[in-house]
Design a protein around this ligand. Structure first.
Ligand SMILES: Nc1ncnc2c1ncn2[C@@H]1O[C@H](COP(=O)(O)OP(=O)(O)OP(=O)(O)O)[C@@H](O)[C@H]1O
Length: 266
């Protein structure tokens, strides 16, 4: 039976910019089921990162609600872990890979041996078990992003939230990291919520794509991606349905493009 995990109702967000109230997000309503991969897409500057910040408690919600398992989100929920695009800024360069992955476990007060087991298993899941003693700056960009993902995995969140996680790596590494996401979801039953600019990535990875558009932002469409599983970088992307979904989403994003600069709320 599917369980609704995250419920967003009439969420709006207003920033104060140069003394004026500017509404960025207007009245967003959607939910996420446990174990789903949901991609949020939309034109640049629409408010995708702002939405993730509201859902992860890093920014306050101006009105409406976001709840995880029925609990209002009003600070970083312990059920979530976040992976950002900028892995160079999220990893501690003076700590080894192993110590970076262990870092968020400190406050969980795990029984002896449990932290070691989680770190070892997370590093093995991302294929970095041989690199535990190296430092982030000794690794490639793709490997560093794997460390950031391993750190989130070791924490065992129910929901993994990622903001353009693969934007800074080369195309081949990007495909590998996308497949790693699918593997993580299958292995750990984790829910994944990600923002991406890459429409093909959104279609390839997701069970559902939520398209944001207009200013202030609304959900212009929530599209179920019913492509067959298991997904495969070559055969899935070659399917006619894949091309149809890509075109549909591209047109929705174009139609929802922001045509005016942010302006003060009425
Ligand atoms: N802390 C803040 N204070 C004031 N305005 C902000 C703040 N953060 C973002 N904004 C503004 O909110 C709008 C949405 O920004 P946001 O980064 O959420 O968009 P985005 O869709 O993630 O953009 P992109 O696709 O380019 O990364 C932009 O106009 C941005 O300048």
């Amino acid at each position: 039976m599917s369980t609704t995990q995250l419920v967003v109702e009439h969420l709006s967000k207003t920033y104060t910019i140069r003394g004026a109230e500017v509404q960025i997000i207007a009245d967003l309503t959607f939910d996420v089921t446990a174990g789903e991969i949901v991609a949020i897409v939309g034109p640049s500057g629409i408010g995708k990162t702002t939405l993730l910040k509201c859902l992860t408690g890093l920014q306050s919600i101006s009105s409406g609600t976001a709840e995880i398992h029925g609990k209002p989100i009003d600070g970083p929920p312990e059920e979530m872990a976040l992976v950002f695009q900028e892995y160079t800024r999220s990893l501690m360069p003076w700590l080894t890979v192993e110590k970076n992955v262990r870092l968020p476990l400190r406050h969980l007060r795990l029984p002896a041996g449990e932290a070691d087991a989680r770190v070892a298993s997370a590093l093995a899941s991302v294929g970095l078990d041989q690199s535990a003693d190296r430092f982030p700056w000794q690794l490639s960009g793709g490997m560093q992003q794997r460390v950031a993902i391993a750190r989130a995995l070791a924490y065992r969140p129910e929901v993994l939230v990622m903001d353009e996680p693969f934007a800074s790596v080369d195309a081949q590494t990007r495909f590998e990291l996308e497949d790693l996401c699918l593997k993580i979801r299958d292995e750990f039953g984790m829910t994944i919520l990600l923002v991406t600019h890459d429409i093909d990535e959104a279609v390839y990875l997701s069970d559902r794509v939520v398209v944001l558009g207009h200013r202030p932002a609304v959900v212009t469409r929530s599209i179920d991606i019913e492509l067959p599983a298991p997904r495969d970088q070559i055969t899935t992307r070659a399917l006619p349905e894949f091309a149809e979904l890509r075109t549909e989403i591209f047109e929705l994003i174009r139609a929802g493009a922001i045509t005016t600069a942010p302006s003060a709320a009425a």
